[in-house]
Design a binder for this molecule. Structure first.
Ligand code: 13P
Ligand code: ZN
Ligand code: NA
Length: 283
């Protein structure tokens, strides 16, 4: 499972497209993402933050993934997104998660390396993929909120050393990206991304993709981005669909009905992001 996820990235890197990673929060959203990906024949990652793992429950998350493996033919994996607790990561690797992000980006450079090495040492023999981050995105994701003034762009020289010393499989970069929507047009430092690409040859990860125009995402993919993380736009579509439905059907009490519009609206966003990643027909 995990080895095939690494293959997905290698194919994406060679073919200049990206694997979309969608943050999921419940069964309905997970199914909507997988159904759309299956329809479009796109590989996909189902990203779960610590808040989501806590909300869904570890056993349910794994159970949903295992059931989904039987139902869908496209390659996909559950990916732990922005996990900071090494023990939680190790336990979930033992439970069957094939792809993890250890986010120690708020620590010092040396401390970040030490924490990431610990996870790589554990994950590598089990064939589990490890993503780590250097630099810091602004914005809000899960319980983590970073002020714009505290954002740190990824330094290319440090990135090279970081990748060499940790042995990670994929590197998350901060290039003016932010979690959540952007105030005005996002300004990405593509020159920096290019410099990182020149010294780092593993697949690069774009966080904070909600709010970035497709054309700009295409440019980042061309410069080495192989995984694109989308959370906020999915949540926004889902809640808008739910609000819309409930305001038109104030007496509806059946969750099988009142989630219907939310699911359809969310699927449209998933479809447009798969198109943006150019990962359709790559399953
Ligand atoms: P957005 O909420 O901006 O899409 O960011 C998602 C993300 O980076 C998840 O790790
Ligand atoms: Zn992120
Ligand atoms: Na964003």
């Amino acid at each position: 499972m995990a080895t095939s996820t690494m293959n997905l990235f290698q194919q994406a890197q060679a073919g200049k497209y990206a694997i979309p990673a969608f943050n999921v929060h419940n069964l309905e959203i997970t199914k909507a993402v997988l159904e759309t990906a299956e329809e479009m024949q796109s590989p996909v990652l189902l990203a779960a933050t610590p808040g989501t793992v806590k909300y869904v429950g570890e056993e349910f998350l794994i159970g949903i993934m295992e059931a989904a493996k039987k139902k869908y033919s496209i390659p996909f994996d559950v990916h732990l997104d922005h996990h900071e607790n090494v023990e939680d990561i190790k336990r979930m690797i033992d439970m069957g998660v094939g792809s993890v992000m250890i986010d120690a980006s708020h620590h010092s450079f040396e401390e970040n390396i030490k924490i990431v090495q610990d996870v790589v040492d554990y994950a590598r023999p089990k064939g589990v993929l490890v993503e780590a981050e250097l630099g810091r995105l602004s914005g809000i994701e899960d319980d983590m909120s970073v002020d714009e003034k505290d954002a740190i762009y990824t330094n290319p020289d440090q990135a090279r050393e970081f990748v060499e010393r940790t042995g990670i499989d994929t590197l998350a970069v901060a290039i003016g990206t932010a979690h959540g929507l952007y105030k005005g047009e996002p300004k990405l430092d593509l020159e920096r991304l290019k410099e990182i690409r020149e010294v780092v040859d593993i697949p690069l990860v774009l966080h904070g993709a909600s709010g970035i125009p497709d054309a700009l995402v295409h440019e980042t993919i061309h410069l080495g981005i192989c995984k694109v993380n989308v959370a906020t736009e999915l949540k926004n579509a889902y809640v808008a669909g739910l609000r819309n439905y409930l305001s038109a059907h104030v007496d509806e009490n059946d969750p099988r009905k009142y989630f219907s519009e939310a699911i359809e609206d969310l699927k449209k966003v998933v479809e447009s992001k798969i198109t943006m990643c150019q990962s359709a027909q790559k399953a």
